[in-house]
Structure formats: structure tokens, C-alpha cells
Design a protein around this ligand. Sequence first.
Ligand code: ADP
Ligand code: LRH
Length: 480
Amino acid sequence: TAVRSYAAVDLGASSGRVMVGRVGPDTLELTEAHRFANRPVRLPEGLRWDVLSLYAGVLDGLRAAGRVDSVGIDSWAVDYGLLDADGALLGNPVHYRDARTEGVAEKVWASMPAAELYAATGLQYAPFNTLYQLTAAASTAQLAQARRLLLIPDLLTYWLTGEQGTELTNASTTQLIDPRTGDWSHAVADRLGIDLTLFAPLRRPGDPAGLLRDRVLEETGLTGPVPVTTVGSHDTASAVAAVPAVDERFAYICTGTWSLAGLELTAPVLTEESRAANFTNELGLDGTVRYLRNIMGLWLLQECMRAWDQPDLADLLRDAAAAPALRSVVDAGDAVFLAPGRMPERIAEACRASGQPVPGTPGEVTRCILDSLALAHRRAVEDAQRLAGHAVDAVHIVGGGTRNTLLCQLTADACGLPVVAGPTEAAALGNVLVQARAHGLVGDRADIRRLLARTQPLTRYEPRGDTGRWREAQARLTTR
Ligand code: ADP
Ligand code: LRH
């Protein structure tokens, strides 16, 4: 049988890439066509994404990819571009770390209590959920002019094809979707004054999303027709689709700028206990639910490295491995770490506030970050199992953090479970495989996972030591 090629555009908060996946019955090979920085820009009006440079990176990537059978796009969640009545972009998309949502949730909850909002949408509280962003933007000139809202991958799809849609897995991060029906929650939108006609019709992974426009073919040197296929356009949905698990008893941690740690379920968990633990019910492939917690992730390290003038990462990780274990930990789920800037200082303040030694050298700070992430991974994996009543025997780590072997080992130690690390480019692989599935090359979700397990290099970490040390470290963090 023929092997086909698919281009996956995967935009993370720290970098964008265009990957080419070759897929056949026993073949799955991924190569990088192009990688480019994703550098947000601070304007007088706030923190913005440089979406034109990202689009230019996509075009460069498609040119480098050459002949492909289809293209799929995924990116980080919640953010969007607004179009005017002519379909032109209104301003630069606002970054989810922008300060405009400070204090907004409280206003929303005055109209609809947080508990009701959770029961209706299953979404964790995060200040950047699209719902809060739209509320923050309510009286702006820009929103008044807007006739269409496109989430980031849908915006790029529109620029590539001229066609508009709203992909469901990513739409589930807006807090305007009912996870039980996989459709808009008109009740929530009406109550909070959100105009759902701003959104284009829903599309699901596997749906066609148009053909590359003639001008795009010209600019990329490709020969048409080249279809764009809807994938799980939320990067985390694509990454979870590419977890190479062989049965259902697994937890996953998607590590990159964020750590997204949790379970794949067949139905949402909408209990009050789940809300209190701040677990989210985002949608995955085929009506699955991504039941997970957002943990600050390697953002903590990225921001420290920026403050330290970008030291060599390998050197830092070597020093961190040699630094004393579990000396100080911080709550890696705490929103105090969300905004950019002053990261080493904020970590020091958190250590001080919880009566722990302040890490001194960059190696010690890095160790504190990795211990804290492993601890947060442990807590999320434990809480998810308890809240969902779904036990696991292994933890899969996918994403950029799989390259951090110390983090993988510490996570195994903290969870007291074997960790299977890989693939690193899980989001791109999930993107490719959903395109391949739409074209009949692979079967269901389990087939996708078996193909990954057979073809991708994976590393196994066995838990070491006593998990009591981690329980003791957790006890130092009295705040939640
Ligand atoms: P995102 O998709 O959110 O932009 P990635 O999945 O690309 O993030 O992961 C980026 C992170 O992966 C970096 O912040 C870094 O900490 C980690 N990483 C990348 N390369 C290496 C490496 N060679 N060794 C250890 N960690 C790495
Ligand atoms: C990871 C991610 C995560 C969201 C955040 C905004 O890239 O998509 O799942 O919560 O970005």
C-alpha cells in the first residue's frame, strides 16, 4: 500500500514548526521542514502575538515541506483574531498572558456563579479562558467592529483556504461549549452577553477545511489541489491523540511551555469536588474528554533562562542534577507564575513565603523548578484518578519536556509509577495521524496509538526511592 505525506503545522507558545509525516500501514516517520521562533511583542496596549510572522513561518514551512497530500494546523488554545465585515484582521491577537483579564472572572461570576459555570462547561478556572477575554474586551472599539472571531488555528486555516470554521477541540477551551453535547452552550453565552454569531460553524477533526488558495500555492511553490484537513486543532488534543498507550490505564503529561496532566475519559467529570481541584474537561478526538490540570510547566524555566541571559540548557540541567534534591519546592499550579518577567524573584519569594531555603545558583533554581514540576505532576495524576474513579499503571510524557531526562525521572519517582517518555513531537504526530485517518490510512484511536507504540522511539523510567519524600515536600505547600 502507498505511503502518504502530510504536513502538520504545530504552533506552540515558544516555537512554531511545520513537520512532514509519512504514513503507511507500518510506517510513521516525522521530519522537520521548518521551525521558527514564536516571539510575543509588548505594545503600549499590551502583550500581543506576532501572528503575521507566524503565518509567514507557516508559508516558509509549506514551501520547505514540498509535495504533501494534505495540511493540518494546531496551536495553543483560547486565543483568537477578530475580523471586520470585510474579513480583514482587526489588530494583533491578544496573548493569553496579557494583563487585561485581571479581576474579570469575579465580574463574570457576579452574573453566573463559578459553580454553575463549571457545571455547564466543565472548564477549569483560568483567567485566560476565551470567555473571560471576551468579557475583558466587551467595551473595546475593536470588538464593536468585529463580525467574526477565529481561534488561532482557524485564523491560519482561513488565510490558507479562504474558508471559516471553528474546530471543536479548541472551541472547548473557550468555556462556551457544553462538554456533554459537544455543542455551544447557549445558556452560558446568553447569560453572559456573549454573541455566539461571532463564531463560525463548528468543525470536527477529520472534516475538510478547504483547499490552499491559488495565491498560497504560488507563494509556497506547491502544485494544487492541496486540501487542508481539520485536525484536533488544540495542540494538547493532538498531543493526547498521539500518546502511545497500549491500554486505557494510563495518565498523560503533555510537557512544553505548559504541563497538561490528566486522563482521557469518555464522559466529563462535573462534580463540585472536581471544580475545587481545578480540573478541566476539554474535548478530544471522537467525543473523548481530556480531563486534566494545567501546570505552569517549562515556562518557569524558559522565563528564568530569559532573566539569566539564555545560558546553555544542557549546562543548567547538569547543575540541576547535581544540586540537592527537594530542598525547596513551589506550587507549580499557582497563577502567580502566569505573567512574564521576574521569574527567579517570584520563585525566591514563594520559597521564602513557605519557609523554605531560597535557591541561589541557576542550577539550584532549575532543580527547584524541576522538583516542583514533578511534584505537581504527582498531585495531578493522583487527584485525577481519585476524582474520575479511573486508575492507572503508567504515566506517559509527551512533548518537548521528554528531552529533559531529569524531569522524566523525577516524575516517575514522584508518581511512584513507570514513566514512558515520547514522542517529543506528539502534537505534530497527532495532527498527521488525524489527517491520515480522514484519508483512510489508519483506523480508530487505538490503531493510531498502536502504530505510534510500534514505530516511535520511547524511553522508560522506573520509579526510584520512597514516595514519602514527595508527600513531605507537598506538605510544605500549604496553599493550593
Ligand atoms: P511549546 O510547544 O509549548 O512551545 P515544546 O513542546 O516545544 O513547547 O517544549 C519546549 C521546551 O522543551 C523548552 O522550554 C525546553 O525546556 C524543553 N527542551 C527543548 N529542547 C530540550 C533539550 N535538548 N533538553 C532538555 N529540554 C529541552
Ligand atoms: C498548550 C496550551 C494549553 C492551554 C494553553 C493556553 O500549548 O494549548 O493546553 O491551556 O496552551
